[in-house]
Write a protein that binds this ligand. Structure first.
Ligand code: IPM
Ligand code: MN
Length: 353
């Protein structure tokens, strides 16, 4: 297969993990005889500094022209600490999602046996936990009407029926391929937008009688994820709730640096770690590249290149078992590996497989 990849390294640790993602992608393509080419593009704070726009038109064109986007991270403290900033790096990520029509964000929450102890939760609770959060990505408060002055501010949590229908359809497709258990997460006891979600969900559920559908308020879901993460198989929820719950999900896995995601919809799909740009770690070679590398696995799987995805997952598991780990998941007294060394080990493993 010929693959044209747009690479958006972005800010903070982005360029470091991006380099490892690209190296793994190249190694897998060589191994399986795929032709791959990369087109680099700027976004986030880097693009604001260079051209004043966190998602420049040129970057959008490169994304539209590609088969897939390998995205890393955006964000910079100089904007976080300035609530008056007119343009923010995160707007670049949101513009990319919106302009590419990426309404479905697939966020798997899995556990690695050798990292169970890294979860703050009890071993028996997290061992074997394995679910997917399907996060709606182009609607809700992120994109609804906003207002801000010195005395008042609001964000509107708007959803339309077609927006809810299409994300539920995606969620049912995933549920059908898994344990056929879908949990619709909302706040229908308080929010009108959630009541529309629940109404539409009940209608769509009727089309999938083979799937067990349950409805859960988001506060309860946040608790259940900690109390009994194995309850979940597929979870579907709106943009903001999905953002929050998937950070919580990383505590089941043990590190934010382990969770990949795929954002799919109308145009070029984007593969991105769920974590942010971790600016404090920039240039230190300590960021975990696995979320990015596992995003590459999701990229191959999206194109039905399952053996390629499988090999990456095998290599990642082998690296963890061999204690080739970045500091945040390293065992006490273990050897220290950096972003680059973990990536190189995985590339070698793939080459020799
Ligand atoms: C994520 C991130 C983004 C989000 C930020 C960086 C805008 O937290 O992908 O989860 O809130 O969607
Ligand atoms: Mn987030």
């Amino acid at each position: 297969m010929d693959l044209k990849i747009a690479v958006l390294p972005g800010d903070g640790i982005g360029p470091e993990i991006s380099a490892q993602g690209v190296a793994v992608m190249t190694a897998v393509c060589e191994k399986f005889g795929h032709k791959v080419s990369y087109e680099y593009a700027i976004c986030g704070a880097d693009a604001i500094d260079k051209v004043g726009d966190p998602f420049p038109e040129e970057t959008f064109k490169i994304c539209m022209d590609a088969d897939a986007v390998l995205f890393s991270a955006v964000g910079d403290p100089k904007f976080d600490n300035d609530p008056t900033a007119k343009v923010r790096p995160e707007q670049g990520l949101l513009a990319m999602r919106k302009k590419l029509g990426l309404f479905a964000n697939i966020r798997p929450v899995e556990t690695f046996d050798c990292l169970i102890h890294k979860s703050p939760l009890k071993d028996e609770l997290v061992r074997g936990a394995d679910f997917i959060c399907i996060r709606e990505l182009t609607g809700g408060m992120y994109f609804g009407e906003k207002y801000q002055d010195d005395n008042k501010a609001y964000d509107t949590n708007a959803y339309t029926r077609p927006e809810v229908e299409r994300i539920l359809e995606v969620a049912y497709q995933y549920a059908l391929r898994r344990k056929k258990h879908l949990t619709v997460v909302d706040k229908a006891n308080v929010l009108a937008s959630s009541r529309l979600w629940r109404q539409v969900a009940k209608e769509v559920a009727a089309k999938y009688p083979e799937v067990e559908t349950d409805y859960m308020f988001v506060d309860n879901a946040a608790m259940r994820m900690i109390q009994d993460p194995k309850f979940f198989d597929v979870m579907v929820t709106e943009n903001t709730f999905g953002d929050i719950l998937t950070d919580e999900g990383s505590c089941i896995t043990g590190s934010m640096g382990l969770l990949p995601s795929a954002s799919t919809g109308e145009h070029t799909p984007v593969f991105e770690p769920i974590h942010g740009s971790w600016p404090q770690a920039k240039g230190q070679n300590i960021a975990n590249p696995l979320a990015q590398i596992l995003s590459v696995a999701m990229l191959f799987e999206y194109f039905n290149l399952t053996e390629e995805g499988k090999l990456i997952r095998k290599a990642v598991n082998a690296s963890l078992d061999a204690n080739v780990r970045t500091p945040e998941i390293q065992v006490a007294g273990g050897e220290k590996y950096g972003t680059k060394e973990v990536g190189e080990w995985i590339v070698d493993y793939i080459k020799n497989a």
